[in-house]
Design a protein around this ligand. Structure first.
Ligand code: HEM
Length: 235
């Protein structure tokens, strides 16, 4: 399996389901079925999940949870995890995660102008210029996909419920894609990005959906060529 995440097993898991976060093991045996992020958590049982944990959770999420043991550090892998966590904190300090509402308002206006343009072409323009309406509609859908993405990441209002309704509006109503299906797949995509099991398939569902360009056939096809290209370039 090729997986670019640090994962190490230092504690015998027995019947308990344990996850390591920031140097501590947490017992999630009774919580796992109620996890708000869904079943993706199962993939990290017995592993160090510090970096994915930081990516998906508020810093206060573990405040009321008692760790059951300290992690025995695997220095090489832990360095990767630590670097990732530090990078995330640095982005936070730089303010990259702050929502720029002015920017989103402009984007919203442009997006609905595209829908208006589409309607204008369809209703008031004769063929063959009506085709421009299709282009405007494609651009509108594409931008709805973008809003869906940010809403499902809780990036818009930071209120999980409200963002999820905004996601339903843009994804399900405007774009025609189930927002919860997309959200589920997208969480796996972020947690197991580029994780590939060549004999079976991708772990990352968004690398094999036939609707996306990254068809599963393409990855083994491009990978050796990319490697050759990169090695030629770097020698
Ligand atoms: C000690 C283990 C964990 C606990 C106690 C935990 C708890 C929670 C809680 C309480 C939430 C709600 C949001 C929040 O309060 O931050 C959440 C959301 C989530 N968790 Fe976990 N979690 C754990 C591990 C994981 C792991 C290993 C993953 C792997 C990817 C994961 C993925 C997610 C996702 C995708 C969400 C939804 C985030 C969103 O809506 O934007 N969690 N988790």
């Amino acid at each position: 399996m090729h997986c670019y995440h640090s994962s190490f097993f230092t504690l015998s898991v027995q019947e308990k389901k344990l996850i390591a976060v920031n140097g501590n093991w947490y017992d999630i045996t009774n919580f796992i079925d109620y996890h708000p992020g869904g079943t993706i958590i199962n993939r990290f049982v017995g592993k160090d999940a510090s970096s994915v944990f930081q990516a998906f959770h508020k810093p206060t999420t573990l405040k009321h949870r008692k760790p059951v043991a300290k992690v025995q550090v695997n220095h090489e892998l832990d360095a990767i995890n630590e670097a990732f966590v530090n990078l995330g904190e640095w982005f936070e300090r730089q303010g990259y995660f702050k929502t720029d509402y002015y920017w989103y308002c402009r984007k919203l206006i442009v997006t609905f102008c595209m829908l208006g343009t589409c309607m204008g072409f369809v209703c008031w323009v004769e063929s063959p210029y009506r085709l421009f309406g299709a282009i405007a509609l494609a651009a509108f859908w594409q931008q709805c996909g973008f809003f869906m993405h940010d809403a499902e990441h809780n990036q818009l209002t930071r209120d999980r419920n409200l963002d999820s309704w905004i996601g339903v509006f843009f994804a399900t109503m405007c774009f025609g894609v189930s927002s919860s299906w997309w959200r589920h797949n997208h969480f796996i995509h972020h947690a197991l990005t580029a994780c590939v099991h060549y004999e079976t398939n991708f772990f990352d569902p968004q690398m094999r959906e036939p609707v996306w360009v990254q068809n599963w056939k393409l990855y083994p096809f491009y990978n050796p060529r990319l490697n050759v290209g990169v090695s030629r370039f770097s020698t």
